[in-house]
Design a protein around this ligand. Structure first.
Ligand code: BEZ
Length: 249
């Protein structure tokens, strides 16, 4: 998926807003170093900078990193693939909000994070849990199927049990792991879900004409309206997996 950094901050700014809840788990310690994995446009990296002595924001998307650098010129941001981290025992904390569900190989991801952390270093992360956006994906799948197409989800939303087992396999001790429902109001009133789906199903819609895309998106809204429209706002059925763990050596 191509990330549009302007659209991301203007329409999906709730991503960073909700991420602020996760900041409560980051100890305040000016001697610590923090890696913000999947920093996007840097909004949470800037908050992390207030809690530590050294922070680096990394993201796989150049437009996101360019915007982060423009917004926060005093902070350091690098384009980096999370599955190709080369750090060895460098960070006290790896922090990540709303990123892991974009990464299919979460086993390799945890292996790389574990290598990057100092002994007893902390992983503090939150992302989509099993069942996240289930209503939206089911609606989208049905609309595509009605048109003779198959929907292949590109997201990885694990259960607590499965992700917990990956953490242990990769040398982590789990301090907290739990899931919770976080119904998420989308910006833009009656256009909220249409715009959300147009962005996040962009690769699935690519092969269709603009008119067909519009037809698919309108049909999606009708399929899920009863469950996700509250009369004034679309509320996405987000479900989060929150993890606090530390590495052992
Ligand atoms: C999420 O944050 O759960 C999410 C965002 C975009 C697409 C899919 C899931």
């Amino acid at each position: 998926m191509k990330w549009d950094s302007g659209l991301y901050d203007n329409k999906h700014n709730f991503v960073a807003e909700y991420g602020k809840g996760l900041l409560e788990f980051v100890p305040v310690d000016k001697s610590q170093s923090i890696l913000d994995l999947g920093c996007g446009t840097g909004l949470l990296t800037a908050e992390l900078a207030k809690l530590c002595g050294c922070v680096l924001g990394i993201d796989g998307s150049l437009p996101m990193i360019e915007k982060a650098r423009r917004q926060f010129p005093k902070l350091t941001f690098e384009v980096m693939d999370a599955l190709k981290l080369l750090f060895i025992q460098e960070w006290d904390v790896v922090f990540s909000n709303a990123v892991f569900h974009w990464i299919a190989d979460q086993d390799l991801l945890l292996q790389k994070i574990h290598k990057s952390l100092k002994p007893s270093g902390k992983l503090i992360c939150e992302f989509g849990a099993f069942g996240n956006i289930q209503i939206i994906e089911e609606g989208f799948r049905t609309v595509l199927e009605d048109l003779g197409h198959i929907y292949h989800s590109k997201f990885t939303f694990p259960t607590v049990e499965f992700f917990g087992s990956l953490l242990i396999k990769n040398g982590f001790v789990i301090d907290k792991i739990y899931e919770y429902d976080r119904p998420t109001p989308l910006n833009d009133g009656d256009k909220g879900l249409y715009n959300w789906a147009r962005q996040f199903f962009e690769t699935d819609l690519k092969g269709f004409t603009v008119a067909e895309q519009d037809f698919i998106l309108r049909n999606l809204l009708e399929k899920v309206r009863e469950k996700l429209w509250n009369g004034t706002t679309w509320v996405a059925d987000y479900k989060r997996l929150r993890v606090i763990a530390h590495s052992t050596f």
